[in-house]
Design a protein around this ligand. Structure first.
Ligand code: ADP
Ligand code: MG
Length: 242
């Protein structure tokens, strides 16, 4: 098992944003987290790499265990993030570094990789994601879809066990969305566990091995991808327009 969340609850002040969440993932799984806007999807994703801390529950991820009732220090967070990569909706590339340097900066600094090896690996990944012709470009001069692929390549440079995506197709046109579908499906041939937040059902159906449906911070439905055709709750049926 790659990841397990047990009885996770989180509040912002008196507002309970996540309510007793439980799920687990194995290597090669693609878990899609669906739900209406404001249901807690992004917050849940951020707790998985400790960008947000919960107040209650446990997280086991990539061989590390955390109990949210105990203090989690910076060292633990840094150690976790070496193995749990995140691709944000708004790409977050470093604007002052060219594409190739965006990919190699963290492996050189954090993983102490030598520069030559890092550059070779970066070029391989950019080739795989069909964006090798942009390695010498400034990120902000790229299209949204190109920036998205660079962001994915940058996350893959760290050789993560788990890759988290928040709305990776928001603001992308259908052709680019299909490139993201291909990237995610190609990564199923590795051992990486992917967890993908989205509210686009058609995109979700093309990639999911498992599905978690959230409403108001609660898991309404959770299962393998067959629940798309066989939803058990009225709420999820309604969300799927069935
Ligand atoms: P989703 O990604 O499903 O749209 P979010 O996880 O972003 O939902 O937000 C869930 C709820 O938590 C929303 O009601 C949002 O307003 C609230 N929320 C998110 N971040 C914060 C924060 N930093 N402080 C207070 N409330 C927040
Ligand atoms: Mg969100």
């Amino acid at each position: 098992m790659e990841l397990e969340v047990k009885n996770l609850s989180k509040s912002y002040g008196s507002f309970e944003v996540l309510k007793n969440i439980n799920f687990k993932c194995f290597p090669k799984d693609v878990l899609v987290i669906l739900g209406p806007s404001g249901s807690g999807k992004s917050t849940l994703l951020k707790t998985l790499n400790l960008l947000e801390l919960a107040q209650d529950g446990e997280l086991e991820i990539s061989g590390q265990s955390f109990n949210f009732q105990q203090k989690i220090n910076e060292e633990q967070k840094i150690s976790l993030r070496k193995k749990v990569g995140m691709v944000f909706q708004q790409y977050n590339l470093w604007p002052h570094l060219k594409v190739l340097d965006n990919l190699t900066a963290a492996p050189i600094k954090v993983l102490k990789q030598n520069k030559k090896d890092a550059r070779i690996k970066a070029k391989e990944l950019l080739t795989q994601l069909e964006i090798q012709d942009k390695l010498d470009s400034w990120p902000l001069l790229l299209s949204g879809g190109q920036q998205q692929r660079v962001a994915i390549a940058r996350a893959l440079m760290m050789e993560p066990d788990v890759l988290l995506f928040d709305e990776p197709t928001a603001a992308l046109d259908p052709k680019i969305t299909n490139q993201v579908v291909k990237i995610v499906n190609d990564l199923k041939h590795t051992e990486i566990t992917q967890i993908i937040v989205t509210h686009e059902v058609e995109f979700a159906k093309k990639i999911a091995t498992h599905v978690l449906y959230l409403e108001d911070g609660k898991v309404i439905e959770y299962g393998d991808q067959s629940i798309f055709n066989n939803p058990q709750t009225e709420k999820f049926k309604h969300y799927l327009n069935m």
